[in-house]
Design a protein around this ligand. Structure first.
Ligand SMILES: *Cc1c(COP(=O)(O)O)cnc(C)c1O
Length: 391
């Protein structure tokens, strides 16, 4: 048998520190390596497989669409794209959507939209984009600029100009930085930053400030969106409707998609020829995303909330969890013993997949995980968290 890991290491650019595990197939919240060994998945990729691995209805819609029309250019209309846009807008209350292929691309579009919105109304000199310290917005040159972590601002100079970082919670600093700004971008729960939820009062004050000064409030819900926190959009927890919301990870159910939702005036800002994407709105991807959205009904959202509470209850009783953060089924765990990375490695040896974010173990289970699978996964995880001698 070919040594796939060795071939990958030789021929794929070495940008990922992969775990020593080859995943061959999956079903629901279980996946299997090349030896048929089973793993309980508490990762969903990284919050992507919202319906788990290869959900039958999702796979059926994707396969049917692949057999009917795989792609056409955005010079023509297609049904899956239009129907997904309609569904997204009706479910979220937004007016229009732009389809991209990833989270970073969706954020790029949001940044372009905000600068154009401000240019149209106020002319030059109002192009600054405010983001939060410890944020993560993507890997393109501009979204790295938007990312408020110095560790990402290396090697690739020059980065896109016009970004300023404000500490989450510091409304005074935000007010000071607001001169010359066209947008504020926030993650309601900073995912890559360590699963840190924003303070509700700060979010509402920041939103009011943006309203007063006609600064677009952009929610990067690439990780928090699509039911992850127990609401379709995490903004619902905070009682605000951002001008712009970006989605990606969980939207496609495993296929690449990004979406930029915009409200009112912002929805009309980008006109013919001002933005575009060859693959954006691909019929196969949109057909799959349509199934994800259909399945994400009130019952599943209530289930997500309940399962999130269950996870938190288990961790509250777990001596090895020093602190638990996040919202819904987006969970960060500061281990009392050992490092997050070592815990994730140990978990693999015990048939469990978990993620890390900074110094935390991060859980993003499939939204559809069964109670029994979740219970077994939490048994394994709490056992590892408590078993200090084994790490
Ligand atoms: C993952 C992520 C991105 C980047 O998404 P890609 O699809 O990898 O480009 C941007 N913002 C947030 C909040 C994310 O979690």
């Amino acid at each position: 048998m070919k040594d796939i890991k060795a071939i990958d290491r030789q021929y794929v650019m070495n940008t990922y520190a992969r775990f020593d595990l080859l995943i061959e197939r999956g079903e629901g919240s279980l996946c299997y390596d090349e030896n048929g060994r089973e793993y309980i998945d508490l990762t969903s990729g990284i919050g992507v497989n919202s319906l788990g691995y290869s959900d039958a209805d999702w796979a059926g819609a994707v396969a049917a669409q692949a057999g009917r029309l795989n792609h056409t250019s955005n010079l023509f209309y297609t049904e899956p794209c239009a129907l997904l846009a309609e569904k997204l807008c009706l479910r979220t209350g937004y007016d229009k959507v732009f389809f991209a292929n990833s989270g970073a691309e969706a954020n790029e579009c949001a940044i372009k939209l905000a600068r154009k919105y401000s240019y149209d109304k106020y002319g030059e000199g109002r192009s600054k984009v405010l983001t939060l310290v410890n944020s993560f917005h993507g890997r393109t040159i501009s979204t790295l600029s938007a990312t408020g972590q110095n560790g990402y601002h290396k090697w690739f100079f020059p980065f896109t100009e016009g970004f300023e970082y404000v500490a989450a919670g510091d409304i005074g600093a935000l007010d000071k930085a607001a001169d010359g700004a066209c947008a504020l971008i926030v993650e309601f729960v900073q995912g890559e930053g360590g699963v840190v939820a924003l303070d509700k009062e700060f979010v509402q004050k920041a939103y009011d400030l943006c309203r007063r000064r006609d600064i677009l409030f952009i929610a990067d819900e690439v990780q928090t969106g699509m039911g992850r926190t127990g609401r379709l959009l995490a903004s619902e927890h905070f009682g605000i409707r951002p001008d712009v919301t970006t989605l990606a990870k969980g939207l496609g159910g495993g296929l690449p998609i990004g979406a930029v939702l915009a409200l009112g005036e912002a929805a009309g800002t980008l006109g013919f020829g001002m933005h575009g994407s060859t693959f954006g709105g691909n019929p196969i991807v949109c057909a799959g995303a349509g199934v994800v959205l259909d399945k994400l009904d009130g019952k599943l959202l209530a289930d997500v909330e309940r399962k999130g509470e269950y996870i938190r209850r288990r961790l509250a009783d777990c001596e090895g969890a020093a602190n638990v953060s996040g919202l819904g089924m987006m969970v960060g765990i500061l281990p009392a013993h050992g490092t997050a990375k070592d815990i994730a490695k140990k978990a693999i040896t015990e048939g469990l997949l978990v993620l890390t974010a900074k110094d935390r173990v991060r859980l993003l289970p499939p939204l559809t995980i069964t109670d029994a699978q979740l219970e077994k996964g939490m048994d394994i995880l709490t056992g590892i968290l408590n078993g200090k001698e084994t790490i």
